[in-house]
Design a protein. Structure first.
Length: 432
């Protein structure tokens, strides 16, 4: 039989263990583990679970810290900022030295922000200094320990799949904007189908549906449209499809039959303007007041609108055409085709005779130089040395899906259409 003394001893031991456990739980509940480590049940016993939600910013537990935001002023340097925050000359030097690898003074621009995280105590000492480099990237200086630590922190970026459909009533840009999406989605759509559809010729009644990914930070702040993940565009009664697919580690877009959408040339050398004059052998010139051939297409657009090379090639002429063309560029794409861009207000960076340009590269800007009544681009194409109508030019397709990837492509295609139909159904129900 247990003695009274033994019984009290066992009770006393249990009380000591319980008290120690409660003390441990209390200490854990009022502070966050340094470095953002998680406290597990195994560490404190199965009888206790921390149910409190801690607040984190920049990967730092800020439950007991105050936040103050500042804006970088003209002429600010790290040294000037640290001094203004109240650090001594010696501490300022130490901060500059410790943060040298993550805080480049040359990249501190007026209007950028930085933040201090300060202890909630009588000293109100700064524990962290956070410099914003972008919406997602930060340089953090940690002053909590015996030595100063500096490191980079990047907020997690998440992708959210979105769906949109619309019928053209004015322009693709306006339809996308009126649907509440970033109008840059219109540019992505036009870029993908630039070889199939002349978006200057999009008609009222044309329609589209598209799935696309949007990047978010903190699950609430929208950054940008990441990529188009499926697209169907009906233009003048004909359906054009874009399926994203990777083969040989290269991601590209293909039509429903597996043909590549990229062709040798873009349909047009600039985005979203209007055609004011077409290819003809007899056009009445508004300045010369007489009829003469106009072997090109005029695109009216505001001065400064970027002009793009419609295909890879080499600049074979750049200068001023005194016969009326003004500032111009001529590009040789291959043994058959050359293109000319006239009336430019200026030239793109690095554009000079002999320069190699990539398809879509900005080579110049719309202007009104030479014989011109207003800002526009006079765009011309020569095939085998003879002028040809740019609007009727054919271009061969890029490499189709390879036979060894055909089965995988068919699966991806089915999934793209199935997801598009599913998201359309969900959207329809939400609107009811």
């Amino acid at each position: 039989m247990m003695t009274v003394t033994g019984k009290f001893a066992r009770i006393y031991c249990r009380q000591l263990k319980t008290g120690a456990l409660l003390l441990l739980c209390l200490s854990l509940s009022v502070s966050c583990k340094k470095g953002g480590e998680n406290v597990t049940e195994e560490e404190i016993g199965e009888e206790w679970v921390d149910s409190r939600s801690h607040l984190y910013e920049y990967g730092i537990c800020v439950d007991s810290l105050d936040r103050t935001d500042y804006t970088i002023k003209s002429g600010d340097s790290p040294s000037a900022i640290f001094t203004r925050l109240g650090f001594t000359a010696k501490m300022t030097a130490n901060l500059c030295h410790a943060s040298a690898e993550v805080l480049d003074p040359r990249k501190l621009k007026t209007g950028m922000t930085y933040t201090t995280l300060t202890a909630q105590d009588s000293l109100a000492s700064i524990r962290y200094i956070v410099f914003a480099k972008s919406l997602t990237g930060f340089s953090i200086i940690d002053i909590t320990g015996d030595s100063i630590k500096a490191y980079e922190y990047n907020k997690e970026v998440r992708l959210k799949r979105q769906y949109m459909e619309g019928k053209i009533t004015s322009s693709l840009w306006n339809i996308v904007k009126n649907n509440g999406a970033d109008p840059l989605l219109a540019l992505k759509i036009s870029d993908i189908l630039a070889w199939q559809i002349d978006f200057f010729d999009v008609k009222e009644g044309d329609s589209f549906r598209v799935t696309y990914d949007v990047t978010y930070i903190d699950d609430t702040t929208e950054l940008k449209i990441s990529s188009v993940e499926g697209l169907v565009f009906v233009h003048q009664g004909k359906e054009f499809t874009a399926i994203p697919f990777s083969q040989d580690s290269i991601r590209d877009y293909f039509d429903a039959q597996g043909n590549g959408l990229r062709k040798t040339f873009l349909k047009a050398p600039l985005d979203f303007s209007r055609i004011t004059s077409r290819f003809t052998n007899a056009r009445f010139h508004p300045i010369l007041k007489r009829y003469r051939a106009h072997h090109g297409v005029d695109y009216a657009a505001p001065t400064g609108t970027p002009v793009k090379a419609i295909g890879d090639g080499t600049v074979i002429a750049k200068g001023f055409d005194a016969n009326g063309g003004g500032n111009y560029i001529k590009i040789k794409h291959n043994a058959v085709y050359t293109t000319t861009y006239m009336h430019l207000s200026g030239f793109g960076k690095g554009i000079q005779n002999g320069a190699h340009v990539k398809q879509g590269a900005v080579i110049g800007y719309v202007g009104s130089t030479g014989l011109s009544t207003g800002p526009h681009l006079d765009f011309r194409v020569h095939k085998n040395g003879q002028p040809t109508d740019p609007l009727k030019m054919e271009s061969p397709p890029s490499e189709p899906v390879k036979p060894k990837f055909r089965d995988s492509f068919e699966i991806v295609k089915r999934n793209v259409f199935a997801e598009m139909d599913s998201l359309r159904h969900i959207r329809t129900n939400e609107q009811l």
